[in-house]
Design a binder for this molecule. Structure first.
Ligand code: BMA
Length: 329
């Protein structure tokens, strides 16, 4: 019998973790050794951020957004024994199409999410269709990477798959956008029986004009975590101030059977740019979550987030505490 019965998922005994610092009142607290990835980490990569991780064979695998030294982003694969120290391939992920031919991302690929559904790993990211749109690919062995049909029409960003089918259907969150730095955006949900044809589009969550940290746009972050009370979704919220956009992190709980229903969402952000690695960088004042891993027996959550479009950082929380916080208790 596990100590914590809230999360439906596997044990990740070596999940990165650090207790909340004494005196801190944060529900989501930063890793004291942040950032875990800094400038010029490998090959042509100038900055690695907004990246995704998943547990695999006692360690971790990751798909990383690397902005190269020409400022164009692409995806790299990496492995880690402890989820903190990463060995990242210097070469980009070599996608092929379903006929086995090598294909290339047109121009750019960024903000990947990574999820294992049944025995297959799926990567979902943003690439150029033309214009930002959601791309989907799969791999079973991290050697053969197959790009699948594109789920949705452009322009769209922040594609996030649920980690299992619900009612026999795959579920995908997305954030319809424009082709630029989109000054609007809400989170939508789409359904598919085969990962090719998507429909039954539903509105899930909207930006909040009167809650300024999330008043310009919001977007789904990591793959949702299944709890007995609902799907726990971290998301980013954006305010526009005199100097531009500021990206903060919030969370919501979505209905288990129908995740287009929001049960609770944070009123105040959980984390917002404060630290030097969040407020100073290629794009100052960005905290952008792309992965959240949970050790089910303890309810410990490790959040991977991009900081200032320059660094990869970690933050931690405890699932029961976060659910209580969401409920306003
Ligand atoms: C968004 C995305 C993110 C990025 C953010 C801030 O539109 O491109 O990858 O972190 O802008 O630059």
């Amino acid at each position: 019998m596990s100590k914590n019965a809230t999360v439906v998922g596997e044990a990740i005994p070596n999940l990165p973790w650090q207790e909340r610092a004494e005196g801190s009142r944060e529900v989501l607290w930063r890793y004291s050794e942040n950032p875990i990835l800094g400038w010029n980490p490998v090959g042509r990569a100038a900055r690695i951020f907004n990246s995704a991780a998943w547990p695999h064979e006692g360690g971790f695998v990751g798909v990383f957004r690397a902005d190269h030294r020409n400022a164009m982003p692409d995806l790299h694969f990496g492995r880690s024994a402890d989820g903190v120290q990463w060995e990242i391939d210097a070469e980009v992920i070599p996608w092929q199409n379903e006929a086995g031919e090598r294909v290339y991302n047109r121009n750019y690929a960024y903000d990947p999410r990574l999820v294992k559904i049944d025995e297959t790993f799926y990567v979902i990211w943003c690439d150029d269709f033309p214009g930002p749109s959601i791309a989907l690919g799969q791999t079973k062995d991290f050697k053969t990477w197959v790009k699948l049909e594109r789920p949705l029409m452009p322009f769209n960003r922040n594609g996030v798959l649920f980690p299992r089918k619900i009612g026999g259907e795959y579920l995908l969150l997305s954030r319809p956008s424009d082709s630029g730095h989109t000054p609007f955006g809400d989170i939508l949900l789409s359904h598919s029986r085969d990962l090719t044809y998507w429909g039954k589009h539903r509105l899930v969550m909207q930006r909040q004009p009167n809650n300024w940290w999330e008043s310009t746009k919001i977007g789904a972050g990591p793959i949702p975590i299944e709890t007995r009370e609902g799907w726990l979704l971290f998301y980013h919220g954006v305010i526009t101030n005199c100097n531009g956009y500021v990206y903060s992190i919030g969370a919501a709980l979505l209905d288990l059977e129908d995740p287009s229903k929001v049960l609770y969402r944070t009123h105040d952000y959980l984390l917002s740019p404060e630290m030097p690695y969040e407020t100073v960088g290629f794009v100052p004042n960005v905290t952008f979550p792309c992965a959240a891993l949970c050790d089910a027996p303890t309810g410990r959550i490790c959040l991977y987030y991009g900081a200032a479009d320059s660094y990869t950082a970690l933050a931690f929380c405890q699932v029961d505490e976060l659910l209580e916080h969401l409920k306003g208790k």
